[in-house]
Design a protein around this ligand. Structure first.
Ligand code: PBG
Length: 331
């Protein structure tokens, strides 16, 4: 007997039917909100290139963290903007560095919120690179970032954040061996409970542009292509992720998200561990800019991107739309 042709549209007819068959999809539980902390008091200084987001002083950040928590978003990811920068980014690992103070304050006032510290030196170095420069006297095009000297400083940064109360540290410098160095240092400091979210497949992307204004981490010379991944390459991504897992990563991240959904899907098929996608600053800002001109519906576009990342296989999505998305989901 011939079956009648399946009608694909039948289950799309009403919002009730669509909700029923959607699956778990996007929920507040999968979101992480990035925040930028700077010196001062009562400071909320808007970032032009990241409309709707501000650099916040510690007191303002605590208020923001309370709001994030109140919306049911489980975690924040913190970036620090120090007043003083130097060659090796000392404020990244100073016991009273800006991020360390922010972590302590959030943990005191909003104890239920998970705090993730971004572990990198680029916001703290005078030259804006993610590590220490090996040959500072050489012509700028020949200067390189010293991998192993940087590992030690990243490890110190992770330990400083853990001592301040971070639940998770997230190394983003793309130095070889950074996860192992950090795991070793955390364990040696008696902090084996602190987890590592590894920026495992992180590409040298133009989509970080607005972030560099937000975090004040533009480079004085060169670019990051000698340590971040080449956008044209996919084969190295799984190897980067495997290495990070072996070195002790608890969560693997793909960054950026939108142009790299193939990598998210490959990782989903290959690894059982929690998988994060970082929907980066440029992905947010280009939608906001187009929406501001009335060229696209910003809300629908944002939700479409976030749903796409869930579909690709991300468990965790770091996004500047975190708060908006929860409000939009409620409606
Ligand atoms: C630090 C870091 C960057 C981002 C997250 N961590 C910038 C970079 O690598 O240049 C970018 C995040 C975003 O664009 O939203 N290394």
């Amino acid at each position: 007997m011939a079956f009648p042709r399946r009608r694909m549209r039948r289950m799309r007819r009403t919002e009730g039917l669509r909700r029923m068959v959607r699956g778990r999809g996007l929920t507040a539980d999968s979101l992480v909100m990035p925040l930028f902390v700077r010196e001062g008091e009562g400071v909320r200084s808007p970032v032009d290139a990241l409309p709707g987001h501000c650099q916040l002083s510690v007191d303002e950040m605590v208020k923001e963290a309370g709001e994030v928590d109140g919306l049911g978003i489980p975690a924040v990811l913190l970036f620090g903007i120090p007043d003083e920068k130097d060659e090796k980014g000392s404020q990244a690992f100073a016991g009273d560095g800006i991020v360390q103070r922010a972590i302590r304050a959030i943990k005191e006032e909003v104890p239920g919120l998970t705090v993730i510290g971004d572990v990198c030196l680029c916001e703290y170095t005078s030259h804006g690179h993610c590590g220490v420069i090996e040959d500072a006297e050489a012509p700028s095009q020949e200067r390189t970032v010293d991998n192993d000297a940087t590992l030690e400083l990243l490890a110190r940064t992770a330990v400083a954040q853990a001592r301040a109360g971070a639940d998770i540290v997230a190394p983003s410098a793309m130095m070889d061996g950074q996860v192992a160095a950090i795991r070793g240092a955390l364990d040696a400091d008696g902090r084996s409970e602190v987890a590592i979210m590894a920026y495992a497949a992180k590409y040298a992307s133009s989509f970080y542009g607005p972030f560099r204004e937000a975090a004040g981490s533009a480079m004085a010379f060169g670019d990051r292509r000698a340590y971040q991944m080449d956008p044209a390459v996919s084969s190295e991504a799984m190897e980067e992720m495997e290495l990070d897992l072996e070195e002790g990563a608890d969560i693997l991240m793909v960054k950026p998200a939108l142009c790299y959904m193939d990598i998210i899907r490959d990782a989903r098929e290959r690894f059982d561990c929690p998988l994060a996608a970082y929907s980066v600053s440029g992905e947010y800002s280009m939608v906001q800019a187009a929406a501001g001109k009335g060229w696209i519906d910003g809300r629908k576009a944002a939700m479409e991107i976030l749903q796409g990342l869930v579909r690709a296989g991300a468990d965790i999505i770091i996004t500047y739309w975190a708060k908006d998305a929860v409000k939009w989901m409620e409606k």
